[in-house]
Design a protein around this ligand. Sequence first.
Ligand code: BG6
Length: 373
Amino acid sequence: SVPRSAGGGLLGGEAGLARRVSPQSWTRIIIEKPFGRDLESARELNSIVQAVFDEEQVYRIDHYLGKETVQNLLAFRFSNGLWEPVWNRQYIDHVQITAAESVGIENRGTYYEEAGAMRDMVQSHMFQLLAVVAMEPPFSFEADAVRDEKVKVLRAIRPIATGTAREFTVKGQYVAGWVGGRQVPSYREEPKVSPTSRTETYVALKLFIDNWRWAGTPFYLRHGKHLPKRVTEVAIEFKRAPHLLFSNGTGGEQLEPNVLVARIQPDEGISLRFGAKVPGPAMQIRSVNMEFLYGSSFLRDSPEAYERLLLDCMLGDPTLFTRNDEAEQAWGFATQLLQEWEEDPVAEYEAGAWGPSEADALIERDGRRWRKP
Ligand code: BG6
């Protein structure tokens, strides 16, 4: 809610801390996510903040952007000539973005009941991943050039039309089960959670980005608590070879499509799956992986995401922070979906499983499957 001064007016920088006192000095403010809880509150928050600070003083943190592997997606796409020509609807069949967590809500019942998976992870971290994967090449690596392109992607996400939420989305909630050899209670039995809660701890989405690059290419996103393991990855699945030369017992018919996987965490790296000939006199084809692993290629540890971001803020570089319009754009989609979901029941999944069966149906209807990372 909007803070008010004793006189009833909006609080507006009365302490004077936001003012620059000399040409060399600076004042910046870092705001942690969630930035609001829907479009309206995000707009309200933006206007309160902007009444006191200039946008260039405002650093909205999304710690996923501080992860080395997320920045590496930018490096991978835009420092190589190889990928951009095939990074589009002509060559890519679909994209899967997974942010799976084995942990539950970790004693954050009060917060999580209000937030749910959509607000907690999807609207922020996962949409940032989506934007980095789908954006057009910025003309420079300067903050606004990068953020302009990310905003364009968020604006191009097709909204979930009224009455179609079940076709494009699944919300789930875990019931009791086993995760990593440990028995865990159902979400509704967690401390500070309502026994009749309908808050989602799992989300699966099928999205379309309506622009020239991506028209018709589905992006499948999923996130959940108490899934079998912690893994965040972006998988780009390419279309199959147009004509299969190798069939009739060569293994070519079952050959998997080429998949490029950017592993955000853990086991950070990038792998490319392709068909190779099995050694021997016959033409047998099998899928193999070409791997780049951070751990073995660079013999030093990555900085923590927050270390990097706090340093950038002190240096005055907002490239890896969320701009006001970016936050509002992401909320626009999320708010509409949350409204659509209001009356919908939440699908159950056993803690330790890969989400509800409805999420499998969502992707299998299209003749595709979720990866088992
Ligand atoms: C936070 C969410 O922003 O990100 C948590 O509030 C979530 O619910 C966490 O667990 C995930 O971050 P990471 O860096 O562990 O993937």
